[in-house]
Ligand binder design. Structure first.
Ligand code: HEM
Ligand SMILES: *[C@@H]1O[C@H](CO)[C@@H](O)[C@H](O)[C@H]1NC(C)=O
Ligand SMILES: *[C@@H]1O[C@H](CO)[C@@H](O)[C@H](O)[C@H]1NC(C)=O
Ligand SMILES: *[C@@H]1O[C@H](CO)[C@@H](O)[C@H](O)[C@H]1NC(C)=O
Ligand SMILES: *[C@@H]1O[C@H](CO)[C@@H](O)[C@H](O)[C@H]1NC(C)=O
Ligand SMILES: CC(=O)N[C@H]1CO[C@H](CO)[C@@H](O)[C@@H]1O
Length: 327
């Protein structure tokens, strides 16, 4: 009798542990929408392709959007929410002023709402669009685990505080990445995202004109590059647009690492990769096209990792009807 009771207790304990285990294992899954919205990947890919074929330069901000979403409150679509009368959303924060491509997310969402209403989260759309956009410009691809739910909160000051700034040194960058569970390898790899896209002079002006407040330039920035940049970015100019990876800013390749190694990384945060033994090793291993496969593989691995930061799953959050507003 006693042993039977013990057995039952034991079984209950095992069941309790199993339940716990299941809830802990509530992770993302590439097949999450297999039954509920089987064509989700095709629908998002078609929509993204429609935009990218007309404007390939949209790939860069779409990749950046996923990064900005994930680093603030996790990958929960909070970057997509509009400000309201009573709340300044992430979108209105300085680092987000240059985000573009929200129309792609909205277009994919409205297509999905027609095909499988109320099923696919905006956060998942952001993750899929980032992957598709990069592949559409012949960059790497990676499987996107799905099942994120959308958050209901978006706060401008959090974006300002939690996104790494272009003025950060390696210690600060590592700390920023570590705080969301990404390591030094991820930092080196994902910085390679700067192989595409544009910046505003704002991010580099201090390196050209007033680095330490004495009207000086950044001594770690290549002299010829300084001269080139000064032609485009005049003192105090925050608006002019410059290429992140000159000559190759629309091609996803390893040339970013070449530029960085030649002290032509645009931001202090790019140059910082030369000040740490692990990141410098990564840069040096990816200088030529022979490093492309390894960079592409690594990029996929780190993107999948980034895409899991602080995700809401199960009953948490919601599936937004429109990506710019909470339900
Ligand atoms: C390591 C820390 C990072 C810093 C400090 C940083 C900072 C910046 C800044 C200041 C810009 C220019 C924005 C503008 O003026 O318009 C930019 C652009 C960009 N960033 Fe980063 N970033 C970082 C990491 C990443 C990551 C992890 C990714 C993606 C994997 C990424 C992808 C991009 C892309 C694609 C652009 C070009 C956007 C466009 O063309 O509109 N960045 N980044
Ligand atoms: C990075 O910047 C922080 C804050 O300004 C400073 O305390 C630290 O010494 C710097 N680290 C390096 C390696 O330059
Ligand atoms: C970073 O994490 C990945 C696994 O996600 C691992 O393969 C890599 O070795 C780690 N890098 C460092 C420097 O710890
Ligand atoms: C350079 O920076 C210093 C210190 O922040 C400031 O006092 C000075 O006005 C700046 N000079 C220019 C030309 O912006
Ligand atoms: C969100 O804001 C943008 C830009 O102000 C606007 O065009 C869009 O209509 C807004 N979306 C919603 C759903 O209110
Ligand atoms: C994309 C976006 O919403 N950008 C906004 C960023 O914030 C400024 C104001 O701080 C807005 O003017 C932009 O529209």
């Amino acid at each position: 009798m006693a042993s039977k009771l013990l057995n039952i207790l034991f079984l209950q304990l095992v069941c309790a542990l199993l339940v716990l285990d299941v809830s802990n294992a509530e992770v993302l899954d590439v097949n999450f929408y297999k039954d509920s919205c089987p064509y989700v990947e095709d629908i998002v890919k078609e929509t993204t392709a429609r935009f990218i074929s007309e404007a390939p330069s949209l790939a860069a901000p779409l990749l950046r959007m996923h990064f900005h979403d994930c680093f603030v409150r996790g990958c929960d679509g909070s970057v997509l929410l509009n400000s309201t009368r009573t709340n300044q959303a992430e979108k209105s924060a300085i680092p987000n002023q240059s985000l573009r491509g929200f129309q792609v997310i909205d277009a994919a969402k409205s297509e999905l709402e027609k095909r499988c209403p109320g099923i696919v989260s905006c956060a998942d759309i952001v993750a899929l669009v980032a992957r598709d956009a990069v592949l559409l410009i012949n960059g790497p691809s990676w499987p996107v685990p799905l099942g994120r739910r959308d958050g209901r909160v978006s706060i401008a000051s959090e974006a300002l505080n939690q996104l790494p700034s272009p003025f950060m040194n390696i210690t600060q960058l590592k700390a920023s990445f570590r705080s969301v569970g990404l390591n030094v390898t991820d930092l080196a790899v994902l910085s390679g995202g700067h192989t595409i896209g544009i910046s505003h002079c704002l991010g580099v002006n201090n390196r050209l004109y007033n680095f330490t407040g004495k009207g000086d330039t950044d001594p770690t920035l290549d002299k010829n590059y300084i001269a080139e940049l000064k032609k485009k970015c005049k003192p105090g100019d925050v608006k002019t647009i410059i290429e992140m990876d000159p000559g190759s800013f629309e091609t996803f390749d390893t040339s970013y690492f070449n530029e960085v190694s030649k002290r032509r990384g645009l931001f202090q945060s790019d140059a910082a990769l030369l000040t740490d033994t692990e990141t410098i090793a990564y840069v040096h291993q990816h200088l030529s096209s022979t490093g492309t496969k390894s960079f592409f593989d690594d990029f996929g691995v780190s993107m999948v990792k980034m895409g899991q930061i602080g995700v809401l799953t199960g009953q948490k959050g919601e599936i937004r009807k429109q990506c710019a507003v909470v339900n």
